[in-house]
Design a protein around this ligand. Structure first.
Ligand code: UDP
Length: 237
């Protein structure tokens, strides 16, 4: 396989693990993702993952129900740790050594986030899954993905979603919606296009990290993206 990127940060939303379910985790879907990640690792690609928690709990959901936002966000962050451990389990069952590092200390179940240690794991061919977001309320796991990508010197951020890229309008509502092949960070920010939240985009912009948005449900897409094939939408300078 041709390889364009050697170290990648893959952002998986919590919903990506849910498949067709309305809550929680579909083990078959997680297994499929693990297999795709394993293919990369076996090719010598260094893979770090930031996983969301929307399949279990979102801070905004709690806040809307009257909870204090910060408390709700901490619950959301803890939800991401469950997903991180689920991914670890799925990866290790197929022989891929994986470490979970959390931004909120939970040393009985995972390592604390230590940047240099994370890089060392990657160099040794282990997948690193970052849980508990950034450890700060009022942030998202998309922003965490940009932050960790910058910290570990990832060459690219893969934003795996349920749509095959970024459109000029909602493709579900507008049959004439057009998909962008490439976009600049400024365009995304100015037009408020739904790629990631603006903090996440700004962080990638400042650190020159390209973002590739693609459909995770198409088998083999992660590999295609690593090979530099034009799938989805690429956001860059
Ligand atoms: N969260 C947070 N700080 C972070 C990352 C996440 O407070 O740095 C909380 C926030 O409440 C968010 C929840 O964790 O709603 C789950 O993450 P997110 O909604 O980003 O997950 P995704 O949409 O990717 O499944």
């Amino acid at each position: 396989m041709g390889v364009t990127y050697r170290r990648i940060l893959l952002k998986l939303s919590g919903e990506a693990l849910m498949g067709e379910l309305s809550y929680g985790v579909d083990p078959a879907v997680v297994h499929g993702i693990a297999e795709e990640v394993a293919e990369l690792v076996n090719e010598g690609i260094e893979v770090a993952i930031v996983v969301g928690g929307g399949n279990i709990f979102r801070g905004m959901m709690g806040a809307a129900a009257g909870m204090e936002r910060a408390t709700a966000d901490y619950i959301g962050m803890i939800a991401t740790v469950m997903n991180a451990m689920t991914l670890q389990d799925a990866l290790e069952r197929i022989g891929i050594p994986t470490r979970v590092q959390t931004a909120i200390a939970m040393q009985e179940v995972a390592e604390p986030y230590i940047r240099r240690r994370a890089i060392r794991h990657l160099e040794k061919g282990r997948v690193v899954v970052f849980g508990a977001g950034s450890g700060n309320p009022f942030f998202t796991t998309d922003t965490t993905a940009s932050l960790r990508a910058a910290e570990i010197n990832a060459e690219v951020l893969f934003k795996a979603t349920k749509v095959d890229g970024v459109y000029d309008s909602d493709p579900k509502k507008n049959p004439d919606a057009k998909r962008f092949k490439s976009l600049t960070y400024s365009h995304v920010l100015q037009q408020d296009l739904k790629v990631m939240d603006s903090t996440a985009i700004a962080l990638c912009k400042d650190n020159d990290i390209p973002i590739i948005v693609f459909d995770l449900s198409v088998r083999g897409n992660i590999k295609r993206a690593v090979a530099g094939e034009s799938i989805g939408t690429i956001v860059g300078g």
